[in-house]
Design a protein around this ligand. Structure first.
Ligand SMILES: [Zn+2]
Length: 358
């Protein structure tokens, strides 16, 4: 073989498969909202499930029901995309996504574990995310989990995941056991997150009172956006957003209902003593949060960007779940927004918040 040809072959062998590399280097399209679920992690959760306790929520999908069967069938169909980083590449290419943030929903049950077991669960989750992301380090970045029922251990894990695993944020639920996020017990965690500059992503899992909501899948269609509205209001009304003004909090699913019904919260602020302690109207506080685009309606995206500021909106999909947005770039590009605004939503807002290199 001629020397030049041999050189070419060696170079070809060394080159990583193209899917390992993102396509766009200057303005990478970033999906801030994707998940994995891994059987060995779920097994740890089952093996360490705490006994039933007062206040513990019931499952939002009733066991041994048609809904549970459907849930399982849908999850089985996407199992490979949860396990194998490469299994996502065809979808990423089809959707025009360069980078995905990878998170693992900390199961609600895990918030009922004792702090040490909860920490073990979080470490297993975070190590699993890191392993997955290492499968294509140019395209996947981790968002970690913490056992927030134990704020001190959560801070330990927050430090480990950002220092050792290079994670870019942490995902928590909207309700921790029976405590809303504005509860004073979580203040040390908010303080640490602010000090470290780590973005917090709020993502509910079902609803705290699922009995009325199982039959028509309302635990997801109606109640998760309500959980998000309640989480935001708790952080605003309990003074967390004032006490920790540099906190970076992103609410998934477009922030739930709150922004879209901001006028009612503002009217309560103007007329009721229960909320008159705020330093500004609730809709002013809403501009302090970040949001994703998993809202399915373009007119809602346009409204969200106008209401909270386009700099606070980032593209997300909820990939690979069936409720996810299937054509997220076209969804953003089809909105009545300027070219510059779309570029911010698709790329630069997330790159800035999450320190993703261009
Ligand atoms: Zn999600």
């Amino acid at each position: 073989m001629a020397r030049a040809a041999r050189k070419k072959t060696v170079a070809k062998k060394r080159r990583a498969p193209s899917a390992l590399k993102r396509k766009s280097s200057s303005h990478p399209v970033i999906d801030i909202h994707t998940h994995i679920r891994v059987p060995r992690v779920m097994q740890f959760m089952r093996d360490n499930k705490p006994p039933p306790q007062p206040g513990m929520p019931k499952p939002w999908v009733p066991p041994a029901s048609a809904s549970a069967d459907m849930q399982k069938r849908q999850e089985d169909a996407i199992a490979a995309k949860h396990l194998d980083p490469k299994a996502r590449f065809p979808d990423l290419d089809r959707m025009g996504i360069d980078i995905q943030m990878i998170s693992y929903n900390f199961p609600v049950d895990c918030y009922w574990m004792d702090g040490e077991t909860g920490l073990q669960a979080a470490r297993i989750i975070n190590d699993t995310i890191a392993e997955f992301a290492a499968g294509a380090p140019d395209r996947y970045y981790g968002i970690g989990s913490v056992p927030l029922q134990d704020p001190e251990r959560s801070i330990q894990e927050l430090e480990r995941m950002t220092r050792d695993l290079k994670f870019r944020g942490v995902l928590i639920s909207s309700l921790i056991r029976d405590k809303d996020l504005g509860d004073p017990m979580f203040k040390p965690f908010w303080k640490a997150a602010e000090r470290m500059g780590v973005p917090i992503f709020i993502h509910p899992q079902g609803f705290s009172q699922p009995d009325r909501l199982a039959k028509f899948f309302q635990w997801n269609s109606v109640a998760q956006p309500l959980e998000e509205a309640l989480a935001m209001q708790s952080l605003i009304y309990e003074g967390i957003m004032d006490e920790f003004p540099k906190l970076k909090v992103c609410i998934h699913h477009g922030g739930g209902y709150l922004v879209f019904y901001a006028g009612r919260a503002d009217r309560a602020y103007q007329t009721r003593p229960e909320v008159s302690h705020l330093k500004a109207s609730p809709s002013t506080y809403m501009k302090k949060f970040w949001y994703d685009t998993v809202i399915y309606n373009r007119d809602m995206l346009e409204f969200l960007a106008a209401k909270v500021g386009v700099d606070k909106v980032m593209m997300g999909t909820d990939y690979p779940v069936f409720m996810g947005e299937d054509d997220p770039v076209a969804f953003v590009n089809g909105a009545k927004l300027t070219r510059e605004d779309k570029r911010k939503i698709l790329s630069s807002n997330a790159a800035k918040l999450l320190h993703i290199p261009a």
